[in-house]
Each structure stands twice: as structure tokens, then as C-alpha cells.
Design a protein around this ligand. Structure first.
Ligand code: ATP
Ligand code: MG
Length: 385
């Protein structure tokens, strides 16, 4: 665990480059620092391995103040990947990867075996690459060697400062995919700097949005997307992002909250009146009025009301459809849309899982509305720029 406590950095004449940061990074988490150029991301990161000394506050790693540790020792236990890779040009790929292990006096065989293993891990065939020199590799391949080197001595913490910003977009995506896979295998604590929100959303367990040396919001990608704390974060995320990440949308984000309902003992005539008033042809039959928790019992549409359904002393409980599909609040939008398409539904009730209580209703209309809003917003935004 890494903890910042009122962590600050000032240079002569420039105060608050990093401004009293409080932050906790848990073991095995990949945390992304994101923000505009000059907001203090690199400075923050370099204080973790003491390439930069704080002017105030402290950093604890597993409860220990790093200012009381030997900086060289500390650095050898923290992997570091920087934008320009920083491979030694006159050393082979293998020797580059083994550099820290060498400094730690690992014997040669153990080092070699480790670097072959690491090359495989970053998708470079060891026989083909271990004896090459950095200038005989593409940018993306050099980046992979950089990652392998950061993993060499099996550090618990890895710092990555815009590691993928120098490569083309396609290689970049490949490297991101590889990092996700790698992380699922090795589960390191990773601090990752970027100014690309797509990258942050894709990689981060948590994202810290920084501005002027401060953390404005520190949350899961989902929260950052759905509940930006202010206009800056919202602007930074970009309104249309949520719609590019449909897997992060759930039923509760698109449902309408007070669907039209009818109590179980009501008559067909009463149901028709509710439909007219609420301007809908779909009612959820429930066991209690609005001010109480409502259990969903079934649904009623004009089909159930037709013909013998209209008989006056019929009750909703007698004529309703009982086996109507439902989803829960956490069902993904993608799944909701699939169910609606497969079952040819225009409506789908949203149910709280434990007690089967009705919490909302998704309609074709509500989905169209929300998508239209998002598209219009992002158009307006483009024009305003
Ligand atoms: N040695 C220094 N002396 C004075 N100011 C510095 C020094 N190093 C960095 N700064 C200033 O500190 C601020 C934060 O720099 P930092 O490198 O942390 O930004 P960053 O968020 O990583 O930006 P980028 O996205 O461009 O890499 C900048 O305004 C920079 O000019
Ligand atoms: Mg930087």
C-alpha cells in the first residue's frame, strides 16, 4: 500500500507544484494519474521512488516512511518505465532487462532465465530478441523491453510515466491489452501516468484526475464517467465517452424511476384510466402503493385487458401476465438491449435483486432519449470549441 499524506512539492519561486495530496493506493491496484500538461503528474510519481524529494508531507509504503529508507535500495524495489524507454543503447536486450538483477548480484544463469521468462511475458520471442540491441527494435518492441525490465526483480510497485505515448495508436492498443493481461497475471501495484482519458478508462482500477498540483477526483472509472465532481472533470472526460463505453452502463443508469403501476385488486376500467393518465400502454402490477416498497407481481398491457379481460369484476391479479422478463439494476445496458431485442419487448421492469422490489422501468423511449441527449451534447460541445 502506498499512502500520500499532505504530500507537497515546491521549487524556488514556484509553490504548490504538488499541493498537499492525500491519497491511498492499495496493493494490486492500477491507479492512473491523469491531467493536463504541467499539473504535477511526473513530479508526484517521481517522489514515490525519490527521484524527487518532497518539500512537505510524507509517503508511506506499507506503513513505512520512505524518507527514512535508503533511496538506492528503495528504487531497486520499484520498477520504473518512462516515456522514452531509457534502454541502454550499447547493451543487448537481455543485458538491459538484467541490469538491476545484476546490481543485486543475482548469478548469471538465474538472470538469463528470468529475462527469457519476462520476454515471453511481454510477447517477444526470447531466442529472437535477447541478443539484439535497442536500435534494432521498433518503438513498440522497445516499450515491451522497458516493461520487462521494470518487472525484472519482481518489484511490488511499478511506476509507468506515459509509457505508451511514443508509439502509434495501433501498437498502443496492443500494449494496453498486453498490460491488462500481464497485470491479471502478476497483480502489481501500478501507478500509471497518462493524459489520454481513453487509456485511463481502459487500464485504471482507479483514476486520479489532477489539476494544478491537486487531486480533483479519485474514483473508479465508472464513477468518473457517471459522476464527475465538477465541470473540469466532465470536460476532461468528454461527454460522449460514456457512450463509447456501453459496458459501463447499467440498467439503473437508463431506467425511469417511477414507472406506471397498478395495484393487484384494481379493475380493468381503473387500469385503462391509469394508462390514459400516464400515457402508456404498459403497467406493472404491484402489491403496495408508491409510498411503500412495491413487489412486482406481473404486468398488464392492452392485450390482457382485451376481450374477457375487460369483464368488470376481474382483478389485475387474475388477468396479468406473470412470467414477464425483468432485469436487475446491475444488468449491463448491452444485455438489456439484447433481451429486449430477442424477446421483442418495448418495456422491461428493473427489479431489486433481494426482495424482488420494483425499482424502475426501461422503455425503448428512455433509451432513445438518453442516446439522443448524449449525441446532441457532444455536437454542441464540438461547436463550442
Ligand atoms: N526542476 C524544476 N524546477 C522548477 N519547476 C519545475 C521543475 N520540474 C518541474 N517543474 C514544474 O512543475 C510543474 C509540474 O511538472 P510535471 O513534470 O510534474 O508535470 P506533468 O503533469 O508530468 O506534465 P506533462 O504531462 O507535460 O508531463 C510544471 O509546471 C513544471 O514546469
Ligand atoms: Mg510528465
Amino acid at each position: 500500500m502506498i499512502e500520500f499524506k499532505k504530500l507537497s512539492k515546491s521549487y524556488d519561486g514556484k509553490t504548490n507544484i504538488v499541493d498537499r495530496l492525500d491519497m491511498t493506493i492499495n496493493d494490486g491496484e492500477l491507479v492512473v494519474l491523469i491531467g493536463e500538461s504541467g499539473c504535477g503528474k511526473t513530479t508526484t510519481m517521481k517522489m514515490i521512488n525519490r527521484l524527487i524529494e518532497p518539500s512537505g508531507g510524507e509517503i508511506l509504503i506499507d506503513g513505512k516512511n520512505i524518507l527514512e529508507m535508503n533511496p538506492i535500495q528503495l528504487r531497486r524495489n520499484i520498477g520504473y518505465v518512462i516515456q522514452k524507454v531509457g534502454l541502454m543503447p550499447h547493451m543487448s536486450v537481455g543485458d538491459n532487462i538484467e541490469l538491476v538483477a545484476y546490481l543485486k548480484n543475482w548469478d548469471k544463469e538465474k538472470r538469463r532465465a528470468r529475462s527469457r521468462e519476462l520476454l515471453k511475458l511481454v510477447n517477444l520471442e526470447p531466442d529472437q530478441y535477447i541478443d539484439r540491441y535497442p536500435n534494432e527494435l521498433s518503438g513498440g518492441q522497445q516499450q515491451r523491453v522497458g516493461v520487462a525490465r521494470a518487472l525484472a526483480v519482481n518489484p511490488d510497485i511499478i511506476l509507468m510515466d506515459e509509457p505508451f505515448s511514443a508509439v502509434d495508436p495501433i501498437t498502443r492498443e496492443t500494449l494496453q491489452e498486453e498490460l491488462i493481461k500481464l497485470q491479471s497475471e502478476v497483480r502489481k501495484t501500478i501507478v500509471f501516468v497518462t493524459h489520454d482519458m481513453d487509456e485511463a478508462l481502459k487500464l485504471g482500477d482507479k483514476i486520479a484526475v489532477m489539476q494544478g498540483g491537486k487531486i480533483i477526483q479519485y474514483d473508479s472509472p465508472e464513477k468518473i464517467l457517471k459522476e464527475p465532481v465538477n465541470d473540469y472533470v466532465e470536460y476532461f472526460v468528454g461527454k460522449d465517452k460514456l457512450w463509447k463505453s456501453p459496458e459501463m452502463l447499467y440498467a439503473r443508469d437508463i431506467m425511469q424511476k417511477r414507472p406506471a403501476v397498478v395495484l393487484e385488486h384494481r379493475t380493468p376500467a381503473y387500469a385503462l384510466e391509469v394508462m390514459r393518465k400516464r400515457d402508456t400502454d404498459f403497467l406493472v402490477v404491484v402489491d403496495a402503493p408508491y409510498d411503500q416498497p412495491q413487489k412486482m407481481l406481473g404486468v398488464v398491457t392492452p392485450k390482457e385487458l382485451k376481450g374477457k379481460g375487460m369483464v368488470e369484476n376481474n382483478r389485475m391479479i387474475d388477468i396479468m401476465r406473470k412470467d414477464y422478463p425483468t432485469v436487475t439494476e446491475r444488468t449491463s445496458m448491452v444485455k438489456v438491449l439484447n433481451i429486449m431485442k430477442q424477446e421483442r419487448l418495448h418495456y422491461i421492469p428493473v427489479i431489486e435483486e433481494e426482495k424482488n422490489l420494483l425499482v424502475g422501468l426501461i422503455t425503448h423511449g428512455s433509451i432513445v432519449n438518453i442516446i439522443t441527449d448524449a449525441l446532441v451534447d457532444s455536437e454542441v460541445e464540438k461547436e463550442a470549441l
